[in-house]
Design a protein around this ligand. Structure first.
Ligand code: SAH
Length: 236
């Protein structure tokens, strides 16, 4: 079973949004498991202190290497990847999510304050993962984002609904637009082609919409996509 073990100072934040809808139902029916460990339980002294002032000065507090290492070690090493949520990390992408979802799960460390002592990152082989170029107040929301993205890919979680290679990012493109009833909404009709029943033309239309959207909104994805196309299919 795919297992997420979270090291956090705020275990009460979990399962939070992971406890509802798809991920919540999958959690309830045992398609995946979630375990939280409070880093505070490994804190030092009567006050279970977990942080201290940054060496070299500066604002804020840093989570101690020894405290976090004890919390990580208490989980044992079962070969699952050990991740640290961090704005300095590898920006999370669907390909990483796929690879993670195909494994046994993950141990996820959630930082707080200014972050964690560099030495525990190195000594425990933590892979830093970012959910985007902005700064959160803690790693918990990032961990939830990562887990949510993985869980929906687990076998059985989305039933037949997982369109896999058609979804945004799966084929290097953003997804085509969707429509459903009513046929007419405030003078806007569903594009005729989608009602033609001609599956091949519909697929071609969706592909060209996806390409146009990607080209317009995400020049970075578009360039990478273009580079992967056979020469005769390349367009500017
Ligand atoms: N001083 C740090 C930011 C600390 S924010 C810096 O400038 O890099 C506190 C914690 O929130 C971090 O330790 C990390 O666990 C989490 N966090 C903040 N932004 C994040 C992001 N974009 N992705 C993943 N985790 C993030």
């Amino acid at each position: 079973m795919w297992r997420a073990s979270i090291l956090t100072l705020y275990p009460e934040m979990f399962p939070g949004p992971l406890g509802v809808s798809l991920s919540g139902e999958a959690l309830a029916n045992g398609s995946w498991a979630l375990e939280t460990r409070n880093i505070r339980d490994f804190g030092q002294g009567r006050h279970r202190s977990v942080d201290d002032t940054p060496a070299g000065g500066g604002p804020g507090m840093v989570i101690r290497a020894d405290v976090l290492a004890d919390a990580i070690d208490a989980l044992g090493d079962d070969g699952r990847p050990r991740l640290l949520m961090s704005p300095r990390g590898l920006p999370l992408q669907q390909a990483h999510v796929r690879a993670l979802a195909a494994g046994e799960g993950a141990v996820i460390v959630c930082g707080r304050f200014e972050g964690v002592d560099q030495r525990v990152i190195e000594a425990r082989g933590l892979t830093e993962v970012s959910i985007g170029d902005y700064v959160l107040s803690g790693g918990e929301l990032g961990a939830m984002v990562l887990i949510d993205a993985c869980v929906r890919l687990l076998p059985g979680v989305m039933g037949g609904a997982t369109s896999g290679d058609e979804e945004s990012f799966e084929n290097g493109l953003l997804e085509y637009p969707h429509y459903t009833r009513p046929l007419l909404f405030e003078d806007r009709a569903i594009p005729d082609i989608l009602r033609s029943g001609h599956h091949k033309n519909i697929a071609a239309w969706r592909r060209s919409e996806a390409e146009a959207l990607t080209r317009e909104r995400r020049p970075d994805l578009w360039a990478a996509y273009q580079a992967r196309q056979p020469p005769q299919k390349k367009r500017k």
